[in-house]
Design a protein around this ligand. Structure first.
Ligand code: NAD
Length: 293
């Protein structure tokens, strides 16, 4: 199938490559021209705008940072909706505010374009090996129609409900990941300060109840002082801001989330916004005056 792919960053590039590898024809666009090079080298056609990618394809995928970027790429000048035809499908795989997803869904519907929100979890490694967890909101029939294409990029694709439900699920995911990294940082700082080797703590507890995918992925980065992203602090601030805003609008209490949101904000103002979110450990290191080691 000929697929338009918009947004070729840390996640979009390997996801698009997997679609190419599965034999799909790709028309790619990124607002930063050099981001398109790698895909064009790999056999994709470069487009001059999101509109042009949509004109050429019946299915367009977007993978950009946040709600304003999705709105610009879809509803803005030279956006997808200027090029899309009735019956076309838009799959937005970015993590954005559920209310923004619903807004884009409505704008698409007015033009006869079918849209689902399909954010992902798993980060760059799972984007590379095509085993992302994909959570989907929108019309069930649209989900069924694109399921096989989603499964080229994912290890699972679960239909969660109406428009916005995919991004609502993603916010839940992001709360659990952020609070888990903070808990791990707090606990490992305690052990380290008390003179117990954090590596031994990790080996001893990772197979027990406290063990988690987050712990397995992030503790080696913290202990190896490797804070290259991965998932940037600034993107996680975006997700927790969306979570808190949504929590306020539906009346859900988010006490733990707001604590970690503040830690991330401190890190941003300390110049760590482009670090991996495992750098939440640095927040504890700063206020404790020692490293986790
Ligand atoms: P990124 O910043 O690396 O890439 C985003 C790309 O979108 C950039 O290349 C940028 O130039 C492009 N872009 C922005 N606005 C655009 C527009 N209007 N038109 C065309 N291109 C545009 O971000 P990423 O890490 O790839 O994340 C993308 C999305 O996936 C985010 O919503 C993020 O929260 C989510 N996500 C990221 C990870 C991760 O580990 N990095 C994991 C799961 C989900």
């Amino acid at each position: 199938m000929k697929i338009g792919f918009i947004g070729l960053g840390i996640m979009g590039t390997p996801m698009a490559k997997n679609l190419l590898g599965a034999g799909h024809e790709l028309v790619v666009y990124d607002r930063s021209a050099e981001k398109m090079e790698e895909l064009v080298q790999a056999g994709a056609k470069g487009a001059a705008s999101s509109k042009e990618a949509a004109e050429e394809c019946r299915l367009v995928i977007t993978m950009v940072p946040n709600s304003p970027h999705v709105k610009a790429a879809v509803m803005g000048k030279d956006g997808v909706l200027e090029g899309a035809k009735e019956g076309d499908i838009l799959v937005d795989m970015s993590s954005i505010a559920p209310l923004a997803s619903q807004e884009v869904y409505k704008a698409c519907k007015e033009k006869g374009v079918r849209m689902i929100d399909a954010p992902v979890s798993g980060g760059e490694p799972k984007a590379i090996d095509g085993s992302l967890s994909i959570m989907v909101g929108g019309d069930r029939e649209t989900f069924d129609e694109v399921y096989d294409i989603l499964m080229v990029m994912g290890g699972s694709a679960v239909y969660c409900g109406d428009s916005g439900a995919g991004n609502m699920t993603k916010l839940a995911n992001q709360i659990i990941v952020a609070v888990n990294i903070a808990a791990v940082s707090e606990a490992f700082m305690l052990a380290s300060k008390a003179g117990v080797d954090p590596k031994k703590v990790f080996d001893a507890i990772k197979g027990g109840l406290a063990g988690s995918t987050v712990m397995n992925a992030k503790v080696p980065k913290i202990l190896g002082r490797d804070f290259a992203p991965g998932f940037r602090i600034d993107l996680h601030i975006k997700d927790l801001n969306n979570a808190v805003e949504t929590g306020h609008s539906v009346g859900a209490p988010l006490f733990l989330t707001t604590q970690v949101q503040e830690m991330l904000e401190r890190l941003h103002f300390d110049g760590c916004g482009s670090d991996d979110h495992s750098a939440i450990a640095k927040y504890y290191e700063k206020i404790s005056g020692s490293e986790i080691k």
